[in-house]
Ligand binder design. Structure first.
Ligand SMILES: [Fe+2]
Length: 233
């Protein structure tokens, strides 16, 4: 277990203030942060109840009577620490828009249909090697009002705990080759190109299931020099 987390992580994450991403202007702190030492209980305390993850939570296409509309996909990969070792038995939670780009949320009222067979939330636990796997549908792009004609590239939100609360990562997984990347202030709030690309999944033909689903691989690194960037707060 890692007790001293390397500070390189901080360089990969987006600045709290990213003026192009307008809501960060009002909600980012105006004074420098005071960095506190981690306490032993932060590092060793339990982070969630394993019993809350049920079999089937990782398949977002079987939560309702019928199947959701959209392109069925497999999203899988490994949760790794800064030395490339798998992080076992860690909780991954995902949430996403449906295939039309609409969330089931009172704030999302843009003119795209909800899907009665898709909630858009799932959970999984990594296995002994840090491997995880979800089945879902590819989310659509959606407009978000940040500026004229602003559309988010298709993405899946991820929360990954790791060993402790201080290794928790909240990020977004993108799809390769999305034409909206260059116009998206959230994606570009991660200013380092290499770090930005760590948020983009890889098309994984080898693990595609013929006649059934395409596959994307998304490896997630918790802290350290190869950390997956956090989503902007
Ligand atoms: Fe989103």
């Amino acid at each position: 277990m890692t007790f001293a987390y390397p500070a390189e992580s901080n360089k990969a994450h987006p600045a709290r203030l990213s003026p192009e991403y307008k809501s960060t202007v009002k909600r980012s702190p105006s004074k420098p942060l005071i960095i506190m030492r981690h306490t032993l209980s932060e590092l060793t305390g339990p982070v969630y109840g394993h019993e809350t993850v049920r079999e089937g939570d990782a398949d977002l296409t079987t939560q309702h009577k019928g199947e959701p509309i959209g392109e069925r996909i497999i999203v899988h990969g490994h949760v790794l620490d800064e030395d490339g070792r798998g992080v076992p038995n860690t909780l991954l939670e995902i949430w996403q828009a449906n295939a039309c780009g609409r969330y089931i949320h009172v704030r999302d009222q843009h003119p795209a249909p909800l899907d009665p067979n898709f909630t858009g939330a799932g959970r999984a636990e990594s296995d002994n090697e840090g491997y995880y796997r979800f089945v879902t549908v590819k989310p659509g792009a959606y407009p978000w009002g940040n500026h004229h004609n602003a559309w988010r590239p298709a993405h899946i939100h991820f929360s990954v705990f790791g060993y402790s609360f201080v290794s928790r990562l909240v990020t977004q997984m993108y799809f390769p080759g999305d034409p909206l990347f260059e116009f998206d202030p959230i994606f570009n709030s991660v200013t380092d190109a290499k770090a930005r690309n760590r948020m983009v999944s890889a098309f994984d033909l080898e693990n595609t299931k013929p006649e059934w689903a395409l596959c994307y691989r998304f490896n997630i690194v918790l802290r350290g020099r190869n950390v997956t960037p956090m989503e902007t707060k």
